[in-house]
Design a protein around this ligand. Structure first.
Ligand SMILES: Nc1ncnc2c1ncn2[C@@H]1O[C@H](COP(=O)(O)OP(=O)(O)OP(=O)(O)O)[C@@H](O)[C@H]1O
Ligand SMILES: [Mg+2]
Length: 662
């Protein structure tokens, strides 16, 4: 009898054996690679019965011999079949999860530096263990970068038994960690963390190294001590060898719009600058739209008109602001007006412990440590009456592109690469590889619910919740901001529907809330925080009832983000359904078409209920316009950063550190 009940498997959508060989001759380059890799599956399968009979200690011994062979120069690609068979056995043994064939294929793509496109819920967490293990063999550290602390910690702890049974150590970086903890985590064979933490650690190390180069005294100086968070005199990272980026579209595309920046300590002129922000915040309310200033809806730029400038000049100014130039004063006012209009509490930011914390537009999470540029952050602080933090002096910065291109080996995986394939190829030299699903997906997309106004939309959402709640199926409702999640929570409370809320204010309870979300009768209102990576486990009775129902309350700035939310249901061949709700006063309409067209559509829409089906397309068009604009922003940033870097290098300066006399 065959000891392996799984042999030989046939991959859904990908023929094996002879037909694979035919495919390898006639298919495109991607097909040819997939076909070539799928031929290795048999080699891996053949080792399985033998490995299954081995003890844990024997597995570790095999692992050690692989490490030895890798370190003595044997090519990792030659070791791949043995390594992957070993990791598969480790997964089966420790987690009762035996890597599916498609996951092995994904793992091969990752090893070869590709972008593995594997659908939501296909098991990318488990897939990642394959290339992480293989690259760790040479002993130079492997980083798995993801989007938030919760996923970094969850994945590291979840996969830890696999690594440990093979004799590897696992480290996790969490935002609050001190440098000693970080150094220990980076010293492990594999290290899980967020892309941001990997980036900030790189920059902090860089600053430290420069300080060290400047002499011992300086290292012990108070300023650098504080800047390095009391860190020791050693860098925390040990080079950039291999990085696997999970949720690659979010990390490498969406978040790449803003570089990572470390600001630094105070300055003598600080007080004056602070006073300017406060003065502008206190007075900007006197300026009237179209009379004192003009507002450009595309660029969000404010410009004072002639009467506006007169008003600004006539405002009483504290004594020590007299020497600040007029043009600067206008700018302070313009910025304060812009912040008053466009930066809203609990929408773009929250206040925590007296500090502004940005709410990431894409992930719905608090973007700890990130700051808006061009004085916006300080203007917001002044508006809220908080301490105004003025960054001056030395700072370090790096773009996401530069950060990840520094790694010798880079690969990524995501469920939603969407139409960003060319961007991945061009900016990161990553070839997207579509990996077939393990089982055909059973997610049902229900027709859109389109409404003339947001109040009608929210009412319809509550109705839908009530209806599905009666059947006992769990419901996940995604909202675009914290205040919208609170708004819906109030509506549900009024309707008598018990529910839990997951937003950036509830981050400590995140794991608990997610663990409950798949139980019968659970209703969970979430921001985009739950939009990526979260794996909502269903009980067998819930699967029988039809699985999780996902309600999307609005379109996001990129279709990929919507697909991520939808991907919380219908995972691993489970049943599930999704409905998108839309209303004509949704942000996306305004963002895509601008205020004039948005208003026109609204007038038309409110009278034309029957037309709504056709309008669904219009929403997607607005979304595509926003996507395109963001693409343009990214290209501009990239161009600008490239120029900057080139100049710094030409001047013999460190491209990631601002010059000391700046
Ligand atoms: N080989 C396997 N055997 C059994 N279960 C598996 C296997 N691979 C994955 N799973 C299960 O599939 C579910 C989804 O896994 P995971 O969260 O890693 O998916 P994902 O691809 O990362 O999804 P997302 O795109 O949403 O992040 C998990 O509950 C996991 O236990
Ligand atoms: Mg995942």
């Amino acid at each position: 009898m065959n000891p392996n009940p799984h042999s030989p498997t046939r991959i859904h959508g990908l023929p094996r054996g002879l037909s694979a060989r035919v495919l390898s001759l006639v298919g495109g380059p991607v097909q040819r690679r997939l076909a070539r890799w799928s031929q290795l599956l048999d080699v891996i399968l053949a080792q399985e019965p033998d490995l299954q009979r081995k003890s844990d200690a024997e597995l570790r011994k095999i692992s050690r011999s692989l490490q030895f062979r890798a370190k003595s120069g044997e090519k990792l690609s030659a070791l791949m079949p043995e390594a992957y068979a070993l990791v598969r056995e480790a997964g089966r043994r420790t987690l009762k999860m035996r890597h599916f064939d498609v996951q092995l294929i994904g793992g091969m793509g990752l090893f070869h530096g590709c972008l593995a496109e594997m659908g939501t819920g296909e098991g990318k967490t488990l897939t990642a263990t394959l290339p992480m293990y293989l690259h760790s063999l040479v002993g130079r550290g492997c980083h798995l970068a993801t989007v938030n602390d919760y996923l970094a910690a969850r994945d590291a702890e979840w996969m830890r038994p696999i690594y440990e049974v093979l004799g590897l150590t696992v480290g996790v970086i969490q935002t609050p960690d001190k440098s000693d903890q970080r150094r220990a985590a980076y010293a492990c064979d594999v290290t899980y963390g967020t892309a941001k933490e990997f980036g900030f650690d790189f920059l902090r190390d860089r600053l430290l190294l420069r300080r060290m180069g400047q002499g011992q005294d300086d290292i012990l100086g108070q300023a650098s001590q504080q800047r390095l968070e009391g860190g020791g005199e050693q860098p925390v990272q040990r080079g950039a060898h291999f990085a696997l980026v999970d949720e690659a579209d979010s990390v490498l595309i969406d978040e790449a719009r803003t570089p990572l920046i470390i600001g630094s300590m105070g300055d003598k002129a600080r007080e004056q600058v602070v006073a300017c922000y406060q003065w502008a915040a206190a007075n900007c309310g006197r300026f009237i739209d179209e009379e004192h200033y003009s507002y450009d809806h595309d660029t969000k730029k404010i410009e004072l008109t002639a009467p506006g400038r007169i008003l600004a000049r006539s405002l009483p100014r504290p004594e020590h602001l007299r020497e600040v130039g007029l043009i600067d004063m206008y700018e302070y006012i313009e910025r304060a007006i812009r912040v008053q209009r466009d930066y809203l509490l609990n929408r773009q930011y929250v206040i925590r412990d007296g500090e502004i914390v940005i709410v990431d537009e894409f992930t719905g999470r608090l973007a700890e440590g990130r700051k808006w540029r061009d004085g916006i952050h300080q203007a917001v602080e002044a508006k809220e009456g908080l301490e105004v933090t003025v960054p001056t002096g030395q700072a370090a910065r790096i773009t996401i592109q530069d950060l990840f291109l520094r790694y010798k080996h880079l690969c990524g995986m995501t469920g939603t690469a969407g139409n960003s394939g060319a961007e991945f190829r061009r900016l990161y030299k990553m070839q997207p590889i579509p990996v077939p699903t393990n089982r055909p997906p059973q997610r049902r997309y229900l027709p859109d619910g389109i409404y003339g106004s947001s109040s009608a939309k929210w009412a319809a959402i509550v109705d839908e919740v009530i209806e599905v709640y009666r059947t006992g199926r769990p419901i996940l409702i995604g909202t675009r901001s914290i205040d919208k999640s609170m708004h819906l929570s109030n509506l549900l409370r009024d309707a008598g529907i018990p529910h839990q809320v997951l937003n950036a204010n509830e981050i400590v309870k995140e794991a608990e809330i997610v663990a409950m979300a798949g139980l019968q009768g659970k209703v969970t209102v979430a921001t985009n925080m739950a939009g990526r990576g979260t794996d909502i486990k269903l009980t067998p009775n819930v699967i029988e009832l039809g699985g999780l129902h996902v309600i999307c309350t609005e379109l996001h700035d990129a279709a990929r983000i919507d697909r991520q939310l939808a991907g919380r249901c219908g995972r691993q061949g489970d049943p599930g359904s999704v409905r998108q709700f839309l209303s004509l006063d949704d942000d996306i309409v305004l963002a895509g078409f601008g205020p004039k067209r948005a208003d026109k559509l609204k007038d038309m829409g409110e009278n034309a209920v029957g037309e709504f089906r056709r309008l669904g397309k219009m929403f997607r068009r607005a979304q595509r316009l926003v996507e395109r604009r963001h693409f343009r922003d990214r290209m501009i940033l990239l161009h600008y950063e490239r120029q900057r870097k080139k100049m710094q290098i030409e001047m013999g300066q460190d491209p990631y550190l601002d010059s000391a006399d700046n």
